[in-house]
Design a protein around this ligand. Structure first.
Ligand code: ADP
Ligand code: ZN
Length: 291
């Protein structure tokens, strides 16, 4: 089946054509400007490509409640030009094919559980640690939506005493996970680009301390079988052993379970060479046409 995939991000829109095996035939990237300027370019790309469905994984917040009047909209985003943008309606009308729609992070998670290392697992969590922090959650085989969708990137934290920026930078919560551990927080705290801090051990020790709190809370709340960490910050692969060790310390032996104890396979990097998002869109499109 020929499927269109749109990974709609705050800085760029990745458009691709592929199929339900996860094969990508072609792919382009279009900058995210305004809906007026960008949406017609996206539609133009997909038109005439003979797709039978489209899957969209979108930056948010988005409305995922199928009973809502604004289902398929980007809602209260800080990217104000995109507030109240009807994404699903625009492509449904413009292309006349079924459209699957979910958050960007659920898209990446779906890519990993369909085609990647989490294949076949029904309980999995995907975090992106980048400009912001977002969580995609699958429980019992279903992507979790709820009243809106989880915003676990804003979970509250215990601040470490030696943190030179204990107040955090989230405009809503100060020292929440995103306010302490997303790329911009690292850069504000240490006054340099995260990538330039590679060899500074104290930077990654503190970063791992905050990420480990998230891993421990995620384990306690959701009992996933795997937690996948993606996003730009996780290119610092030295974080993985640190996060695993500190997660085990925080759980302090309370969880006696083989899956969780096998930390090397429990907290893992994304596995699809940064294609997890666009591949998840293929599955979203496929499911929209077949469910
Ligand atoms: P986005 O979240 O905007 O989709 P990314 O996941 O690439 O994009 O996240 C960008 C953030 O990740 C920036 O704040 C940047 O500092 C950080 N980042 C990107 N690459 C690296 C790297 N190699 N090492 C550490 N931090 C990085
Ligand atoms: Zn916050």
């Amino acid at each position: 089946m020929k499927i269109g995939a749109l990974e709609a991000g705050g800085t760029k829109m990745v458009c691709a054509i592929g199929d339900e095996t996860g094969k990508i035939y072609e792919q382009v990237s279009i900058p995210t400007i305004t809906p007026e300027e960008t949406m017609p370019k996206l539609l133009e790309y997909f038109k005439g490509k003979d797709i039978e469905a489209l899957g969209i994984a979108c930056f948010g917040p988005v409305d995922l409640d199928k009973d809502s009047d604004t289902y398929g909209y980007i809602t209260t985003t800080p990217k104000t030009a995109w507030m109240n943008t009807d994404v699903v309606g625009y492509f449904s009308k413009g292309l006349g094919v079924p459209v699957g729609f979910d958050t960007d992070v659920n898209g990446s998670l779906l890519g990993e559980v369909t085609y990647g290392q989490a294949k076949g697992l029904k309980d999995a969590v995907y975090y992106t640690i980048g400009t912001g922090i977002g969580a995609g959650i699958m429980s019992g085989g279903n992507l979790v939506h709820g009243a809106m969708h989880p915003e676990a990137g804003h979970m509250l934290l215990r601040v470490r005493e030696d943190d030179p920026m204990p107040e955090g930078i989230c405009p809503f919560h100060g020292a929440c996970l995103e306010g302490m551990a997303a790329g911009p927080a690292i850069e504000k705290r240490w006054g340099r680009k995260a990538i330039e801090l590679k060899d500074d051990e104290k930077v990654w020790d503190l970063e791992a301390y905050y990420l480990a709190q998230c891993m421990a809370s995620t384990t306690l709340f959701l009992a996933p079988r795997i937690i996948i960490l993606g996003g730009g910050v996780m290119h610092q692969t030295q974080l993985f052993p640190l996060v695993r060790k500190k997660t085990a310390e925080l759980l302090n032996g309370y969880i006696k379970n083989a899956t969780v104890s096998d930390m090397d396979h429990y907290i893992v990097p994304a596995s699809l060479n940064d294609d997890q998002g666009i591949m998840g869109c293929l599955k979203l499109g496929y499911d929209a046409a077949n469910n």
